[in-house]
Design a protein around this ligand. Sequence first.
Ligand code: 6R9
Length: 633
Amino acid sequence: MAAYDKLVAEAAADYQGYWGRLARELVSWKKPFTKVLNDSDAPFFKWFEDGTLNVSYNCLDRNVERGLGDKTAIIFEADDGKVTTASYRQLLAQTCRLANGLRSLGVKKGDRVVIYISMSIEGVAAMQACARIGATHSVVFGGFSAQSLRDRIADTGAVAVITADQQVRGGKQLPLKAIVDEALALGGCESVRHVLVAKRTGADVGFQAGRDVWLNELLAGQADTCEPEWVEAEHPLFLLYTSGSTGKPKGVQHASGGYLLHAALTTKWTFDLKDDDIFWCTADIGWVTGHSYITYGPLALGGTEIVFEGVPTYPDAGRFWQMIQKHKVSVFYTAPTAIRSLIKAAEGNEAVHPKKYDLSSLRILGSVGEPINPAAWEWYHQHIGGGRCPIVDTFWQTETGGHMITPLPGATPLVPGSCTLPFPGIQAAIVDETGKDVPNGQGGILVVKQPWPSMIRTIWGDPERFKKSYYPEDFKGKYYLAGDGAIRDEKTGYFTITGRIDDVLNVSGHRMGTMEIESALVSHTELVAEAAVVGRPDDTTGEAICAFVVLKRPRPTGEEAKKIAAELRNWVGKEIGPIAKPKDIRFGDNLPKTRSGKIMRRLLRSIAKGEAITQDTSTLENPAILEQLAQTN
Ligand code: 6R9
């Protein structure tokens, strides 16, 4: 902790000097920067702006040049357990061939490329290849529907899509290319000139000559060296879509230099990554955690990591523990929702209990995506970490690029359920609605008072929305608003995140906007008149999605209600993706509204939880509806 305090003091005394020093130590620059931060156009901050670099050079070539060419970069385990590895030299060659292939198709610096592929070495190489030629990638999680994929392709104006014939998860073959075809057929994606298709299963898929290209054929003719495109530090490395409280998902834009710095630095300090570690982050590359702690951070440091195609419950719920044993994983990073479901599975079935496995290789455990409840924390600590391994509970967001509040392992004294203290250099604080600091022990709104290198640069194509969402006038446009509530412990100053303060739900660690799900429901124009979506606590998934729906026909009951609920669930699955399917759907003649016509969501939240309504309902236009909604189910 003395070292931690020293770093915090260094950042406090000379903020720019601190970040400048780290950017020189961790990132290799083609042209060194002379200026650390440019805040003249706040909140559009620029970091290291006159420096140039290439992110893929930093993650690959640099390690080969350091003598790590034969070191394993990626240990890939397929759904069926088959293992393939790639050394740094091999990953560099694969990335270069793909980068050359993209260039041969006319893809160049500044173009956007959408990647819709499952967990694979190809997926990581595709991201690295985009970075190599200065194309901005936007990875779309393989669980999103054709409609969601279309929206993202259209918003980015991508010139190419990289995908695979199929994906394999939990023993099942699922479509990828067919969904890309469907997405492109929906229209609005005329910018797409090419679809690159990797062969995963060899399944028969549609092929449009001229547009579609088999990846293996494209790569066969390419050289395995490729001159990197040296880009300015602020060049957009990627766009990643995430849910906000209103409107459609927003394309969070990240820069190259500052992002790479924080991805590398947090991997180094939060995970204490050492040369002989086997690091495993179980996230998907479709989420920000997969970007920072699979594709970029560990590779920038020359680490060895696992990339896993499958799911934690196949062939059984011992899969994670079996893989930790098999690959001698030393640093393991996963989500509370996975831990909770594996606790349930282990309690129900001795055979998949972690005690059946040798987990002695582990030295550090991590948690991300949602608050970890103390009971899950204790189980993780005892049964997975053998009571020996520190747990780093890392709070951060798509927008922050890397860890913001987290313990440093072995240093920070741990408290279950608390993400403890800000990462050195991050000015996290808790304020009230007017932006005034609140004293410890009193909850408030989580903000970050100073810009940091890996922060979101803008929302793609919508700078006004960026300003409004993250630098609202309430705080005089000065502080970054995370969208979470938090409280600091009176004695230790430790942070505990109390959850989102906006209309964003966190279901199994996935961010879902209630408005997005409502729009999907009401887009079923034949059936649905009106819909309101709220969250309720769930033991396994953290939060569960509850939809209150008014149909264009009389309120259904019994079997008919079940049938329509199933139809609407599938509809939402098709519109957004299976992760957005409501767990509960209740039908009403109406929704509780104020006299001015506003839906009173806080009442719906109480009903969804099964709580008695204690709130003031005097402004309600139609109080009788509450009883009806409470009865349904
Ligand atoms: C990395 C990631 C961000 C939201 C965030 C917060 C929640 C993430 C957390 C946590 C409590 C943690 N969250 N980590 N809450 N403790 N350790 O998850 O990004 O998908 O953008 O979600 O997730 O609510 O605002 P993203």
